[in-house]
Design a protein around this ligand. Structure first.
Ligand code: GDP
Length: 308
């Protein structure tokens, strides 16, 4: 069993490649829930849904979120009725959130809801939320503290950021199966996801970082940055706010206790020695994954490193 830590868009790309290479049934994905929000009274788990839709073959890979071919009639009508509607939710996507919200209100935990949903969609990989407890990534800007989605989607990640915190993290516990999966893994892969807002919350759930530190199997991570910028989104901005260098070296710093090998871009070859000095092996390659062939090639390289 291969255990994967993932956020949404960057994670989903590598996961699609891994599923194509080894079969989705071999994968257990521990997913960030720090971005979860309530919109229009409904519980939305954006990273879980991106992974679910990707593995179900439903995802809109051009956008990186949502269901391909989805329409937005419900959102348009919500807007007409005077609701704030800056977070895009498609009509079919609404069905996922309605189902999730109903099951949570009936007393199911998020892990059970996620498992039921992935079975309904025919997804063979196990998808585990990092925790069943609510954790909210909060971003401090010069205008005050806002949620991650307000920062990322509503403000298009333009405000200056001075800090990031995970509200509720101290009371959270790993969801059922998370620690067992890490202990039973044959390899552990950290996706090219935002190290602060996607992998950061997972590592901050009490017990998860410790379990990774104890792992005896190879842990391989892929950088989401080339040079001083993320391939997409605000990873570099959030890394700087948290006192990390905005580069693959900063990624290495945040995973240094448990990562055996970090996969970085060809362009970042110059960082190799500094990363190796942290005790981490380095593999340089093409880390962009625009096509399925790229996803599969990178997945193959990561799997080979994870078997060494
Ligand atoms: P989010 O919840 O949607 O932010 O999901 P992730 O954290 O999984 O994805 C965002 C990260 O994916 C960003 O930091 C990007 O730089 C990274 N990313 C996006 N596309 C690629 C790609 O093709 N290759 C790599 N290596 N990283 C990517």
């Amino acid at each position: 069993m291969i255990v994967i830590l993932s956020g949404g868009t960057g994670g989903a790309k590598l996961i699609e490649g891994l599923a194509a290479e080894v079969g989705a049934a071999e994968l257990t994905i521990i997913c960030n829930t720090g971005d979860d929000c309530v919109f229009h009274g409904l519980n939305v788990s954006p990273d879980i849904d991106t992974i679910l839709y990707t593995l179900a073959g439903l995802s809109d890979s051009a956008k990186g979120w949502g269901i391909k071919g989805d329409t937005f009639a419900v959102l348009d009508q919500l807007r007409c009725l005077g609701n704030e509607a800056w977070f895009n939710l498609g009509d079919k996507d609404f069905a996922t959130h309605i189902t999730r919200t109903r099951l949570l209100r009936e007393g199911c935990q998020l892990s059970e809801v996620t498992d039921r949903t992935r079975r309904s969609l025919g997804v063979q990989a196990k998808i585990l939320p990092m925790s069943d407890a609510p954790v909210e990534t909060r971003v401090t800007t010069l205008q005050g503290e806002i949620s991650f989605q307000e920062f990322f989607v509503r403000e298009r990640w333009s405000p200056h950021v001075t800090a990031v915190r995970f509200a509720g993290i101290e009371q959270s516990r790993p969801a059922p199966g998370v620690l067992d999966a890490i202990r039973a893994a044959s390899a552990i892969i950290i996706c090219p996801s935002n190290p602060i807002s996607s992998i950061g919350p997972i590592l901050a759930v009490p017990g998860i970082r410790h379990a990774l530190n104890q792992a005896t199997v190879p842990v391989v991570a892929v950088s989401p940055l080339i040079g001083a910028a993320a391939i997409s989104g605000p990873a570099h901005k959030l890394m700087t706010a948290q006192g990390l260098e905005a580069s693959a070296f900063g990624v290495a710093q945040s995973y240094r206790e448990f990562v055996k090998t970090l996969v970085i871009a060809h362009e970042d070859q110059c960082l190799t020695e500094r990363i190796q000095n942290l005790g981490i092996g380095v593999n340089t390659t093409e880390i962009r994954m625009p096509s399925l062939a790229d996803k599969r090639r990178l997945a193959c390289e990561v799997l080979a490193l994870a078997q060494k």
